[in-house]
Design a protein around this ligand. Structure first.
Ligand SMILES: [Zn+2]
Length: 321
């Protein structure tokens, strides 16, 4: 499952190669990959052909491309193409001469622009991902739909869109820690008002998006907090510490994955493997904690695993799973 930094690498690649271009033609070799588009293949094609991709936006792991019928005016888009990567989905920017991948599902032909490749291909081995078109609705806070703080983009990317719009399927998703409009105070109040454990809250996409199992464990380790810490005992500096830790670990993953940014292959698998070598807790059962040398332990948690250091991340009283 790609995590937020991998999705951001994909977003940057799409922004570099696809944003601003008009879609000439669409083919769908495998309609299973657009099954979330309830109106079917013809409607999917009809919406895309002739439309221009205005930008590429991300909130958490939710990725979308606002579309417009006009590339010349500054329009307020009404619909967006959503790309759901699932377990194995890839978006590849290639020239039409490139042989088709075995698991090619959807192909968009783009209008020529300099030497840029003219096809965007969605390739998916396991069919959990897919593409669909959906309506954009106003954001609850009136701020842009998603984005990433300019400090993390290295100035290479626009990063945000001016539109306070979000796909209706993403309207309930909280902003992620890299979003410049992330509201730390609002999150803190929600944590205080809930009777749950900290890791469970971090994984709750309605509270804060984009933190999966790996980054939750890494952020908790960096912040020296136990995963079962009751959220109603969080003090304001505690909330700041865990969110800053999450932001930091994601930014470092992004820096590692960003090396593939200029590649024609917008490959979600490239970033995660590189970063795996620098994980401190996740997947490291029995290895010494890089801070204190205690063996990293693995506990079963929500049918998965939680990795932590028993010394650095002491178990709280009133632990809540
Ligand atoms: Zn330790």
């Amino acid at each position: 499952m790609p995590e937020l930094p991998e999705v951001e690498v994909v977003r940057r690649g799409l922004e570099r190669w696809v944003a601003g271009r008009r879609i000439k033609a669409v083919s769908v070799p495998d309609p299973r990959s657009i099954r979330r588009h309830a109106l079917g293949v013809e409607d999917f094609r009809g919406n895309l052909e002739g439309a221009t991709v205005l930008s590429v936006v991300r909130r958490g792991k939710f990725l979308w491309m606002p579309l417009s019928d006009s590339a010349t005016t500054v329009p307020s888009p009404e619909v967006a193409l959503v790309a759901h990567l699932g377990m194995s989905g890839q978006l590849l920017v290639e020239s039409p001469e490139q042989p088709h991948e075995k698991h090619l599902k959807v192909r968009l032909s783009l209008e020529a622009r300099g030497d840029d490749p003219e096809e965007l291909r969605f390739v998916d081995q396991r069919i959990f991902g897919g593409l669909f078109i959906t309506s954009l609705v106003p954001t609850a806070d009136g701020l842009p739909g998603g984005g990433i703080a300019s400090t993390f983009t290295g100035g290479s990317s626009l990063g945000t869109t001016p539109w306070a719009l979000v796909p209706e399927e993403a309207a309930h998703i909280g902003r992620d820690p890299l979003d410049p409009h992330f509201d730390l105070e609002a999150l803190h109040l929600k944590l205080r008002s809930r009777k749950t454990g900290l890791k469970r809250a971090l994984l709750d996409q309605s509270l804060v998006s984009g933190i999966g199992n790996i980054y939750a464990d890494e952020a908790l380790w960096a912040a020296r907090m136990h995963y079962a810490r009751p959220t109603d005992t969080m003090r304001r500096p505690d909330t700041e510490r865990i969110i800053h830790a999450a932001r930091d670990v994601m930014a470092r993953a992004l820096a590692a994955g960003g090396t593939s940014f200029d590649s024609l292959y917008v490959n979600v698998n490239g970033a995660s493997g590189y970063f795996a070598r620098s994980l401190n807790a996740y997947g490291r059962e029995g290895d010494p904690c890089p801070r204190c040398g205690t063996k990293i332990r693995r506990d079963t948690f929500m049918n998965r695993s939680s990795y932590s250091c028993a010394v650095c991340q002491g178990r709280p009283r009133n632990a809540r799973m």
